[in-house]
Structures are given as structure tokens and as C-alpha cells.
Design a protein around this ligand. Structure first.
Ligand code: 26V
Length: 828
């Protein structure tokens, strides 16, 4: 029924054919009879875009007319992946588009493959933002995203013959992007540098207000990306800012004969949005990154404020119409920026301004790793954003006064809680600023949210009260991560439940009704056959893209995520080596009883993360040796798939029998791919960490494979490593043997891996030597369980059936109800 109202939308095959052909001729200036598949993709995308625009305009119009409270999701990363398939499925137009393009001689799946990923993100944090946009639109919530339109997204990963990661730029916009609408009319000026002069009152005393002048001004220009909901007309907006020089060139320098200088200033403006920073967790202190953050928050807030002013309400009511979610600390400058606007432009008194600010913002923390907590050098802030630095000092002054009032004389506490960390240079602690400037603070899984309260923000819980601190466990969109990536499983679920997917995809708890079918042999057979075909689809993909042949009768074991010491890909590869050495020592008869296994890795390392890159090199070289070993290659093979992306994940995840989520306990805030694998019937091998814990709570511990020390033990174990180290030969002989084999050059390059191996031999911050034995034992349990295929398929069905909680619809509704206080707006 929702589609009946889409009067102007092309819904049937003739109308779609007509719009497709017309785009070929008039938008692409080509002839339908000699069109290639890329051209067909472009024409299909433009045609679908027309349909989206109808809904997008109507949604915007209704939001303006009704003026409901809206929420804005500020994220420096949106890892969207491809759009066409998702849009077709959300609009329920895939069938007619497949038929129309078929008639014109194209296969829709080939067309879909022509699209490039929009990879404007690093990993989990950026993909979460993309899932939340899909869920917001699907739940008909008035939510807009704000981000940056990077010219280059996450780098393209190449693997050299030696196994080294090489980075190449990702010029994703080269083929034109049909999914964005340039809004050259929506532009704001953003200032950097210059001087901030305090305004004085009639007695000559300084006030809360200031004037910020001079410096550099650049333009922020809007590009809008349509976000269609699933089975609804609601089509929200993702607004991405591009930086431009305010004038094409600086006339003053030009006239002074300084042509290069003139062009340089225009280059430096364009540089702001040129590239996504590829190092998640380190790399603060770079002026350009801070410039990105301010550029984006300033433009977004100006846009939000202008929209609020159009409603015509007094500024005090701002928080009744606007909620702003800060995705990590990256947009924290929005807090002093809104203060600046309210104090200097709106001329509000300090307390009134602070009241508005602290009722507007909400802060999500995504990591407790100390090295990943953002801090900015005070001298850099003073230079780039002099007015904001003043405001941060003022916020700090008033804040510390109130702490002193509650805890008189507690100097240590004041030092710990100050927004300014002492040192050379002094640094601004962004997580603290985000915390005190927000209405609510949340973590992304139960354990993580507890850790936020008891570690990094402990003092703030004591000062502000625990009720400010909450949890919203992450979620994933079942549209992309089930219906789109695993259409056969989706169809089986619909036919088994006798419920249309338009219903269960938006009410994922309905999957529970699959539970009884775990006992149904015919259903199990269908379930297993789909998994098998997904494994073949992956094998085909690897064959055509990399020229490698994969044994699809083996168990598929997958670890795909950013390379990070805490995620312990090293533990996995050392486990693979252990398995290889064990196989080599077996007799022929013993080998016959072994369960064949194919291990897949994929993931990018930050370009300057030396140890992570060494791990990739080790994986690639272990693969080279063991895939060539005739004794074992049928039983164990290993692949590092280069250039991990959302689209590659969509092929890998449905093909996995087991996936690994093996971070040191207490380090992985949530993880979201764990949810994706389980939703697709892959079992989970993991540590008691992040959302693994809640997955186990849902599916039952008998359906997951857990190992390793628990979070409370970690601190102690690290203490032992530092102050009472035990030689690794004594502590974990199995691991020592594996390390020695690598050192001895079994995989070539004997010396090359020493720095990586030494992180384990000395210090072992991520506790590989503490968890190795239980890891190997867990892998053995996995093998054992896989031998009983009936029982395995039952586990697979039960796992998938209990994933309802992990829909991002549930998560976004928690934000909407508990934090933002916004309501669904039905667009008819
Ligand atoms: C930090 C930095 C700092 C330097 C420059 C670039 C950059 C980019 C991202 C980050 C944030 C790292 C935090 C993060 O990505 N956390 C992940 O968030 C996921 C979604 O909540 C969660 O599932 C993962 O467990 C968590 O690691």
C-alpha cells in the first residue's frame, strides 16, 4: 500500500524501460544498442534516482511543514558501500528493474557489480553510521546525517609479491556519482586562524563574549545523498560538505605578483576535504585533521541553526527541535562552536547558552583504548581556533569550580578531570569535553558501557551521577546484511515463516519463529544447501578476481576486520601455523580424520602501523608456504583477500561457517561483523568481549565457542607480564614452538618478523601467551562440532533465529526514544 502513493514513481516494466532508455539517450548521450554494462549501470542508477527524488522531496516537504523535533547524526565516516541494489530492494523495485534491463540485454547482477563502493570510512564506526541511516529512514524517523565528501575514501590496498601492504588512492568519484546532488546554493563560510578579542563591558571589564576576525575563510558546499527507507516513502538525507576556496584565488596576492601564493591558498581550501584519515585510533595532532573536524561541525551547525530559525521559535527552544548525536569525539568542536554562536552572535548569557548546549548534544564513545582517545595540542587549537580555545578554557573554569564545590580541596581530582591535560604541550581532552557538554553519554555494548563508567569516565560518573551514562548496543541493518547479501536465505525465511520479508525485515525478532525448524530435517537440508551455494559464490568470486581455486568442501573460517594488535589477527595466524605443524607431524591415517579448513583473512592496516603491516606480511607468506604443501593443502589452506570492503564483506559473510572475534577481553567495544556472521548462520568463535557477550546471551552459550581470560583478569595479567615475566617457553610451550619456527625462517624472511614476534615475547600487552592454549582448545572444539553436521546446522539455525536484538532498527529506536525524544513521521 505504501507504494500506491508513489504516483510519480516508475513501478512497472514499461515505465522503467522508458526511463532507462531516456537516460541512456539524454543523460549519457549514448545509444541503447551499443551500451556497455557500465553505461547500463549509470542509466539504471539515474532512473532509480529519479524515483528516490520523488520520495526525498516529499519527505523534506513534510518535515518542513510539520516541524517535528529532528535528530542529526554527526559522523566523520559513513561507510556506505554500494547503493543501487540497496535502493532497489528498499523500494521493492528489484524485480521490475531486473526484467526491464533483461529485455535490453543486461543481467541485473552484472549491472550491480559495476558500481564502486562509497568507502568514506575506516571500519566499524563508519559502517555503524551507514546502518543507522538505513534504520532511521526505515523506521520513518526524521534523522539526517552530516559528514564530509572526501575526494579520496579509504585507500585501496594492494599486496606486493613479498606480502607488504601498499596503499593506492581511491578516486571513487572518477566515474561520476549518480547518488549525490550538488547543492551549490547551500554554502557556508568557515573561518580558521585569526584573532579573538574579548568584548568589554561599559566598565572596561572583559565579558563572556568575543569577536573573532581575520584568518582564512573557506566555503563549505553541500552535496546531498538520498537515504531510502525500506518499504516506506521516507527518504532521508545525508549531507556531505565539500571545501572550496571562498574566491577562486586571492586577488591581493595575485596583484602583488604572487601568483603561486594565490593559487596555494585556493589549494589549501580544497585540501580540507581531500582525504579520509586512514588511521583509526592514532594520528591526532595533524592540523589538517583538526581543520576537517571544525570545517564540518561549523558548516553542519550553521545549517541546523538556519533550519531551526525557519520555524520561528525563540532560541531557548532549540533543544526541543534539535538533537545532535556525536559519533565519537570527532565532532566535539560542535560544543564550543554552538557556545560561540549563542554567546557571540545570539548574545545570550553564559548560563543560558550552556543550558541549550548541554540539552542538545549526545555523545557515543566507541573505544576505551587510551591511545585512541583524542587529545589536541593547546598551541595548535589556539592557533587554528583562537575563539574556541577561549571558550574551552571558560568551560573548564566553570566546570572545575563546580567540581571543587562538590569535592572541596581534592586537588588530584581536579587535575584528573581538567579538560586540559598538563604536559609539553598541554592537550585538550576531547572525550571529557564531549562528556560534560552532552545530555547523555553512551557506550556501544553492555560490557563496553560499564568500562566507560569504571575507567575513562569514572570521575565524571561520581560527579554527574550515573544516570547520565547509558548503553545502546550496536546493531546492523538486516536489509543489507541479510536480504541483500544472502537473497536465498532471505527467501527461505519468508517462505518458511509465511511472512513477507517487508514485515520480518523490519521486525527481526520474528526470526525466532525459525527455532522449531532446527528440528526439521528437510529445512536443515535447505539451510545447509544455501550455505554451500554461498561458499561456491565466494569461491567463484576469488577464482575470477584472484585466480585462486578454493576447496568449497572445507569449513570456511573467516576473520575480516581492520588490522589491529588488540583484535589479535596474530593469534589467528599463529594458530594456523600451529595447526600446520600439527598436521605435518601426523600419519596419513591420522590426517584422514581431520576436518578440512580454509582460513580467510581480509582487512586494512593503517599505513603507518608497522606491526599491523608485518602481520599481513606474515599471513601472506604463511599462505604461500602452506597452500603449496602437498601433504597438507587439502586439509588446510589460507587466503589473504586484498582490499577488504563492504562489497567484499557481502560475499564473505554469507559463506562463513565460523568467524573469529578474538580481541583481548575488554578491548573491542562492540564489534558489528560478529552480528552479521551470526545473522547469516555462521557460528562465532570469540573471546568474552564486546557484543560477543550479548550474542551468546541471545543464542545460548552452547551455540558459541568462547575462550580466553575475562576482562577483570586482564589488568593483573599485564601487571605480571611487566613485573614478573615468565619466559614464554615455560609459560606456553606450544606458542613458543610456533614463534621459534617463524624465527627459524619456515616462512622465509627469518629476521623480518622479529619485531612482531617480540611484541609477544616481551611485554605481550594483548595477552596472546595467556590465551593461546585455550584458543587452540576452542579451535579443536569447533572441529569436533563440525564433524556432527546435523548438530552444526541446528546451531547455525538457532544462531540466526536469535539475532533479532541486533537489528539496527532496535538500536536506532533506543536512541530515538531514550535520548533524542523524536517521533516517527509517516509520509503518505
Ligand atoms: C579514531 C581515529 C583517530 C585518528 C584519525 C582517524 C580515526 C578514525 C576513527 C577513530 C575511532 C576509533 C574507534 C572505533 O572505530 N571504534 C569501533 O566502533 C565500532 C562501532 O561502535 C565498534 O563496533 C568497534 O568495536 C570499535 O572498535
Amino acid at each position: 500500500a505504501w507504494k500506491d502513493n508513489m504516483r510519480d514513481v516508475d513501478k512497472d516494466v514499461p515505465a522503467i524501460t522508458k526511463s532507462f532508455v531516456s537516460h541512456v539517450q539524454t543523460s549519457l548521450a549514448r545509444q541503447p544498442y551499443n551500451l556497455d554494462t557500465l553505461g547500463a549501470y549509470q542509466a539504471a542508477a539515474l532512473s532509480v534516482r529519479d524515483n528516490l527524488l520523488v520520495n526525498w522531496n516529499e519527505t523534506a516537504l513534510q518535515y518542513t511543514r510539520r516541524a517535528p523535533k529532528r535528530a542529526y547524526y554527526l559522523s566523520l565516516e559513513f561507510l556506505m558501500g554500494r547503493t543501487l541494489d540497496n535502493a532497489l530492494l528498499n523500494l521493492d523495485l528489484k524485480q521490475p528493474y531486473a526484467q526491464a534491463t533483461q529485455k535490453l540485454g543486461f543481467n541485473i547482477e552484472d549491472i550491480l557489480e559495476k558500481e564502486r563502493d562509497a568507502a568514506l570510512g575506516n571500519g566499524g564506526l563508519g559502517r555503524l553510521a551507514a546502518c543507522y541511516l538505513d534504520s532511521s529512514a526505515s523506521q520513518e524517523l526524521p534523522v539526517w546525517g552530516y559528514g564530509l565528501r572526501y575526494k579520496y575514501g579509504i585507500f585501496q590496498q594492494l599486496i606486493s609479491p613479498e606480502g607488504n601492504q601498499l596503499e593506492a588512492p581511491d578516486p571513487w568519484l572518477d566515474n561520476q556519482n549518480p547518488w549525490e546532488l550538488p547543492r551549490l546554493d547551500v554554502a557556508y563560510e568557515v573561518r580558521f586562524y585569526g584573532n579573538a578579542e574579548r568584548v568589554r563591558d561599559e566598565n572596561g571589564n572583559t565579558t563572556d563574549r568575543a569577536q573573532w576576525t581575520g584568518g582564512q575563510e573557506v566555503l563549505a558546499v553541500a552535496y546531498d545523498v538520498m537515504i531510502p527507507g525500506s518499504y516506506t516513502r521516507t527518504t532521508n538525507n545525508l549531507r556531505l560538505w565539500e571545501s572550496k576556496p571562498k574566491r577562486g584565488f586571492d586577488l591581493n596576492s595575485f596583484n602583488a605578483g604572487n601568483y603561486e601564493g594565490a593559487v596555494e591558498s585556493s589549494n589549501s581550501a580544497a585540501a580540507i576535504t581531500s582525504v579520509l584519515y586512514p588511521n583509526d585510533s592514532t594520528g591526532f595532532g595533524k592540523e589538517l585533521r583538526l581543520k576537517q573536524q571544525y570545517f564540518w561541525t561549523a558548516a553542519s551547525l550553521a545549517d541546523i541553526l538556519r533550519r531551526f530559525k525557519n520555524i520561528g521559535k525563540p532560541i531557548q527552544e532549540f533543544p526541543d527541535y534539535v538533537a545532535v548525536q556525536l559519533n565519537d569525539t570527532h565532532p566535539t568542536l560542535a560544543i564550543p562552536e554552538l557556545m560561540r554562536i549563542l554567546l557571540d552572535d545570539e548574545e545570550l548569557p553564559w548560563d543560558a547558552a550552556w543550558q541549550i548546549v548541554t540539552n542538545t548534544f549526545f555523545y557515543t564513545n566507541h573505544t576505551v583504548l587510551p591511545e585512541a582517545l583524542e587529545k589536541w595540542p593547546v598551541p595548535l587549537m589556539e592557533h587554528l581556533l583562537p575563539r574556541h580555545m577561549q571558550i574551552i578554557y571558560d568551560i573548564n573554569l566553570f566546570f572545575l569550580q563546580s567540581v571543587e564545590k562538590k569535592f572541596p580541596g581534592d586537588r588530584d581530582r581536579l587535575g584528573r578531570m581538567s579538560l586540559i591535560e598538563e604536559g609539553f604541550p598541554k592537550q585538550v581532552r576531547m572525550a571529557f569535553l564531549a562528556c560534560i557538554g552532552s545530555r547523555k553519554v553512551n557506550g556501544v555494548a553492555e560490557l563496553h558501557s560499564e568500562l566507560v563508567k569504571t575507567t575513562i569516565l569514572k570521575d565524571f560518573v561520581e560527579f554527574e551521577g550515573v544516570s547520565k551514562f547509558g548503553n545502546v548496543t550496536n546493531g546492523i541493518t538486516p536489509r543489507r546484511w541479510l536480504d541483500q547479501c544472502n537473497p536465498e536465505l532471505s527467501a527461505l525465511i519468508s517462505s518458511t515463516l509465511k511472512v513477507d520479508k517487508s514485515v520480518w525485515l523490519k521486525d527481526l525478532y520474528q526470526l525466532e519463529k525459525l527455532l522449531p525448524y532446527a528440528e526439521d530435517a528437510a529445512f536443515r537440508e535447505k539451510w545447509a544447501a544455501i550455505k554451500q551455494r554461498n561458499k561456491e559464490r565466494l569461491a567463484h568470486h576469488v577464482e575470477t578476481t584472484l585466480g585462486l581455486t578454493i576447496n568449497t568442501h572445507a569449513m570456511f573460517d573467516v576473520q575480516i576486520k581492520r588490522l589491529h594488535e588488540y583484535k589479535r589477527q596474530t593469534l589467528n595466524i599463529l594458530g594456523v601455523i600451529h595447526r600446520y605443524l600439527t598436521l605435518k607431524n601426523m600419519s596419513k591415517e591420522e590426517r584422514e580424520k581431520v576436518n578440512p579448513r580454509v582460513v580467510f583473512f581480509a582487512g586494512k592496516a593503517a599505513p603507518a602501523y608497522y606491526i599491523a603491516k608485518l602481520t599481513i606480511r606474515l599471513i601472506v607468506n604463511v599462505a604461500r608456504i602452506i597452500n603449496a604443501d602437498a601433504d597438507t593443502k587439502d586439509l588446510l589452506s589460507l587466503y589473504f583477500l586484498p582490499d577488504y570492503s563492504v562489497s567484499l564483506a557481502e560475499v564473505l559473510i554469507p559463506a562463513s561457517d565460523i568467524s573469529q572475534h578474538i580481541s583481548t577481553a575488554g578491548t573491542e567495544a562492540s564489534g558489528t561483523s560478529n552480528m552479521k556472521f551470526c545473522l547469516n548462520g555462521g557460528l562465532l568463535l570469540g573471546t568474552v568481549d564486546g557484543a560477543n557477550i550479548e550474542i551468546a546471551e541471545e543464542v545460548g552459550e552452547s551455540n558459541v565457542f568462547f575462550f580466553g581470560h575475562l576482562t577483570p583478569a586482564v589488568e593483573d595479567l599485564r601487571y605480571q607480564h611487566t613485573y614478573h615475566p615468565v619466559p614464554i617457553e615455560e609459560k606456553c610451550p606450544a606458542l613458543a614452538h610456533v614463534l621459534n619456527q617463524v624465527s627459524a625462517g619456515l616462512f622465509g624472511d627469518a629476521e623480518v618478523y622479529e619485531p612482531l614476534l617480540n611484541t609477544i615475547r616481551q611485554g605481550d600487552h594483548y595477552l596472546l601467551s595467556d590465551d593461546f592454549d585455550s584458543y587452540i582448545a576452542a579451535l579443536a572444539m569447533v572441529d569436533e562440532a563440525y564433524l556432527d553436521r546435523t548438530e552444526w546446522v541446528k546451531k547455525s539455525i538457532r544462531t540466526s533465529a536469535k539475532m533479532g536484538k541486533f537489528s539496527s532498527d532496535r538500536a536506532i529506536n533506543e536512541y530515538a526514544e531514550s535520548y533524542w525524544n523524536i517521533e516517527a513521521q509517516h509520509i503518505s
